[in-house]
Design a protein around this ligand. Structure first.
Ligand SMILES: [Zn+2]
Length: 569
């Protein structure tokens, strides 16, 4: 009898050991030795991949190695059906939504740029004349700016002052008495600043110098480790080199989508591989690095230095690091999301992520890390590509949009009724409408109707219509985008695959309410989070409340999303 019991216990123990061993094997680095109900999180690592439409990581999965995207897709809770719920799917809007858990109607970031009615000019989202960028070198040469939003910036100052809602990081700072270290790093200023929130510190890549910079909002002078990192002049090391494919061309799904006539050539960067970055004195050298896998590799290397020198994740007070990788978006803009360049930049980013996770394992331990991955928006295939495939689409000339609206104004007796147009918002001239003693609501509707008739415009929505109960889901997306001071009087929605701009230096665009722009991945990974794929519809406003709930905190103050139950169960 005793022998039998003993045997049963032994066999039970062996089974248990096998199960534990198997679980360890499956869960890999995210495994913890003993099950515990409350996770010990020392670092929240929030990764945002600019412009990573949700389907891209499936399309290119065959090219992925171990330890990058696969680590998260196969071991985390992976939401395959996450969509933004507002209309203007642009970079600052997405980042601010991920950071705050609320809509542009609340956080106020209605677009990368909007018309400042009081100043009578365009405002770039996070510009702040009171917080100038701290110079990194004595003689700074100016790089050529090609980012259409950055070009609208009036000053070189940057801060989160205009973000009108608290972020997850702000809540973390409050919860732990200011002891959590909170950082945002990115190739783009707006993506670093928004995620770092008001209480954190932000660093971003300067296309002028190739250095990582910050502003006086965060520091008086650079920390020594930042000076040391910049002194290496890593960006300059790429002068004279080219972006080449990581793998053999024949292994790529889109190998024959390299030389397409509608791709943009960044002044000598070319439409086909290899893409030369240019010489050291080329004013586009640093910009071209961002339009390649190199920008992401530099962001990773800088982040490693930050983790080491700021000692992130070394004790029981959780720290927060946001890294927003900008390469996929930049490449999408110049070459389109169905290009060989897009495939290679995502495949190379997979290796960058593997490098990041290996570094985190070594320094913090993945078992002490909550990894969250998402994107700020998706991307549209170019109208020329879609037309070639049989779906007719085109580009709308902004001047023509203004002309149509002005013509409608003339019919009401007002000349030049449009004060300003910058996609997607049209701003009307209040003084002229008042002087003509016209009913403002009727004017807005008449112009919106005239615009809706234009080929390529799906719907123009007068802001005055947004308060009413509506059943059209597009109107709900416009309403979520509407901030009472910053939004325009009429929101213009293009037809699917149409662009609200002519072909300029960039070829492809996002920013519509259509599904290719709203669809992004959301993945959470930590030892106590189950590995599963969730196909129900969820939303990026849920991300910040979920991180907060995972840490036992209340959601950011203005959050409208809800914690995702699969992460917490
Ligand atoms: Zn973006």
């Amino acid at each position: 009898m005793r022998v039998k019991v003993y045997r049963r216990v032994v066999s039970y123990c062996i089974s248990l050991m096998l199960i534990v061993a198997l679980a360890t094997l499956i869960a890999g680095n995210f495994t913890i030795a003993n099950a515990q109900s409350k996770p010990e999180v020392r670092l929240v690592l929030q990764i945002t991949i600019d412009g990573l439409r949700a389907d891209l990581i499936n399309r290119y999965a065959n090219g992925f190695g171990k330890g990058g995207f696969r680590l998260l897709m196969e071991k985390g809770t992976y939401y395959t059906n996450a969509h933004y719920q507002y209309a203007n799917t642009e970079t600052i809007v997405g980042h601010a939504t991920l950071a705050t858990g609320t809509f542009p109607s609340q956080h106020g970031m209605v677009g990368n740029v909007w018309f400042d009615r009081e100043a009578g000019e365009l405002a770039y989202n996070i510009e702040d004349p009171d917080s100038p960028i701290i110079p990194t070198r004595k003689n700074e040469t100016k790089g050529e700016q090609v980012d259409p939003a950055q070009k609208k910036s009036r000053t070189q100052g940057r801060s989160p002052a205009v973000i009108l809602a608290p972020t997850f990081g702000d809540g973390l700072a409050a919860y732990y008495g200011g002891r959590s270290k909170i950082f945002g790093v990115s190739g783009k200023d707006r993506s670093a600043v928004s995620m770092a929130g008001h209480a954190g510190k932000a660093f971003w890549f300067s296309t002028n110098t190739g250095d990582f910079v910050t502003s006086t909002y965060y520091y008086d002078t650079y920390p020594d480790w930042v000076n040391e990192w910049n002194a290496q002049r890593q960006a300059e090391g790429y002068a004279g080199k080219s972006w080449t494919l990581l793998n053999d061309a024949s292994t790529y799904l889109l190998a024959d989508q390299d030389n397409r006539p509608y791709e943009a050539d960044l002044k000598g960067y070319g439409r086909v591989f290899p893409h030369p970055f240019g010489e050291a004195d080329d004013k586009l050298l640093h910009t071209r690095l961002l339009v390649s896998p190199i920008g992401d590799q530099l962001a990773l290397d800088f982040s490693k230095a930050l983790i080491t020198h700021e000692q992130l994740g070394q004790n029981e007070i959780p720290d927060y690091l946001s890294i927003s990788f900008s390469g996929v978006d930049a490449v999408n803009h110049f070459f389109g999301p169905s290009s060989l360049e897009n495939e290679d930049v995502v495949v190379q980013l997979d290796r960058t992520l593997a490098d990041l996770f290996a570094f985190i394992e070594k320094t913090v331990g993945l078992k002490y890390t909550l990894v969250v991955l998402s994107a700020d928006h998706g991307m549209a295939d170019m109208p020329e590509y879609m037309t070639e495939l049989g779906y007719k689409a085109g580009r709308l000339d902004p001047d023509e949009i203004v002309a149509v609206a002005n013509k409608a104004g003339q019919r009401l007796g007002v000349d030049e009724i449009v004060r300003f147009f910058y996609r997607p918002y049209l701003y009307l001239n209040d003084e002229k409408i008042a002087a003509a003693k016209l009913d403002r609501t009727k004017v807005e509707r008449a112009i919106a109707d005239a615009l809706t008739d234009v080929d390529g415009i799906a719907l123009a929505v007068a802001s005055s219509r947004l308060s009413a109960q509506q059943t059209n889901p597009l109107l709900e997306q416009v309403r979520n985008n509407h901030h009472v001071y910053r939004s325009g009087d009429i929101y213009i929605i293009q037809e699917p695959y149409w662009f609200l701009f002519d072909k300029g230096p960039v070829a492809a665009m996002h920013g519509s309410p259509w599904r290719y722009d709203t669809h992004v991945p959301i993945i959470f990974a930590n030892p106590i989070i189950d590995m599963k794929r969730v196909h129900r519809r969820v939303h990026p406003v849920d991300v910040a409340p979920t991180i907060a709930a995972f840490l036992g905190m209340t959601p950011p103050g203005s959050a409208q999303g809800s914690p995702l139950k699969e992460v917490l169960e």
